[in-house]
Design a protein around this ligand. Structure first.
Ligand code: CUA
Length: 364
């Protein structure tokens, strides 16, 4: 029984080690990935790499509950490990065979007290762990959205996130914006998770645990961030070639700031007459089959909605900063920045490329 508890602890520790390693390594990998040609990429990650995605620094109710439970389980298992291995080492040394020991040592046949102790103590330990784990799972998984909760649908694609706010009429990609929730005015965000292709997993370490994103199934999770800021996450289930480049950014806004973001996203796309040539060209190419720009013929849903493209900080699900240069490089050859991604090379002439980029950068 003690061994079982110890093994459970070891598994839990291993899981945490994996997460710690992941959290430490990811920002490093992200900075490594950024070659000299795109040195400004992910500048935000390099400034404060660990705090953006550290599971030991939760800022949201479910993440806090999970961390508290993990510490409790770790401490109990560490205590068991120290006691069991201490007794083992003591026994090995104290009762080792000595030269003078020719006779068989005294034989002991059972002790009711000891039998009782090593049955009851592990049973109680497992019972306590079972109760606290059940309490946390219930609190994290079985919470029902309150009337004022923000409802968001997140759809996993190979390899980007579609983000929809059905009640607000907003569609965006890869960058989730939510309001802060405080004690006086709780405002949790509930996420409905869907996938159009394979299994993905939604994970923003400082906000909540992982939840799988499964085709033909609606999963649900919630976050309740208490501090405004930027929190990084990533797809946490291998989903194909560009799994590692399926990044997530969650911006937690103060209330009034969030309302401004909503109002800006609800505006129709900018219609700048000076880029009419690019706009016409965009509408005449196959771009419109995969992307949507409201109030144009573009109404595809295979790729990200571009109505407010330039309001996003990154391109290609967090791979590069969203700058006109990177946008141009992306459209010239999508496979160079993110090999294997599903956006085809449109074979635009340099002049066509300039026109379309000039149009797209007006979509604030
Ligand atoms: Cu999506 Cu891994």
């Amino acid at each position: 029984m003690l061994f079982t508890v110890g093994s459970l602890g070891a598994v839990k520790m291993f899981d945490n080690c994996e997460r710690i390693l992941y959290c430490r390594l990811t920002p490093w990998l992200q900075t490594r990935r950024t070659g000299p040609a795109t040195s400004s990429i992910n500048a935000g990650n390099m400034d404060r790499p660990v705090h953006l995605s550290n599971i030991f620094d939760p800022v949201s109710t479910p993440a806090q509950a999970i961390l508290e439970l993990s510490w409790l389980v770790l401490w109990i298992c560490a205590g068991i490990f120290v006691i069991v291995s201490g007794l083992l080492v003591y026994t090995i040394i104290r009762f080792r065979r000595r030269r003078a020991d020719d006779d068989e040592p005294p034989q002991v046949y059972g002790s009711n007290q000891i039998e009782l102790a090593w049955t009851v103590i592990p049973l109680l330990t497992v019972f306590v762990l079972f109760l606290v784990t059940t309490r946390t799972i219930t609190a994290v998984q079985h919470t029902v959205p309150s009337a004022e909760a923000l409802l968001v649908t997140v759809v996993g694609h190979q390899w980007w996130w579609e983000i929809r706010y059905p009640a607000l009429g907003i569609v965006t990609a890869n960058e989730l914006h939510v309001p802060v929730s405080d004690q006086t005015q709780p405002l949790p965000t509930f996420l409905k998770l869907q996938s159009v292709d394979v299994v993905h997993s939604f994970w923003v370490p400082r906000l909540a645990g992982k939840t799988d994103v499964i085709p033909n199934r609606d999963n649900q999770m919630w976050i309740e961030p208490h501090e405004p800021g930027l929190y990084l996450g990533q797809c946490a289930e291998y989903c194909g070639t560009q799994h590692a480049n399926m990044l997530l950014r969650v911006t937690v806004h103060p209330r009034d700031d969030f309302d401004r973001w909503v109002a800006a996203q609800q505006q129709p796309p900018v219609h700048d007459p000076s880029v009419q040539a690019g706009r016409d060209l965009f509408q005449a190419t196959a771009c419109v089959n995969c992307h949507t720009v409201q109030e144009t013929v573009a109404n595809g849903t295979f790729g990200p909605d571009l109505s407010h493209l330039m309001s996003r900080a990154t391109l290609a699900a967090g791979v590069v900063d969203n700058t006109p240069q990177n946008l141009r490089a992306w459209m010239r050859n999508p496979q160079q920045l993110k090999p294997g991604n599903l956006m085809p090379d449109m074979k635009l002439t340099p002049q066509e490329l300039e026109h379309i980029v000039a149009y797209l950068v007006t979509l604030q």
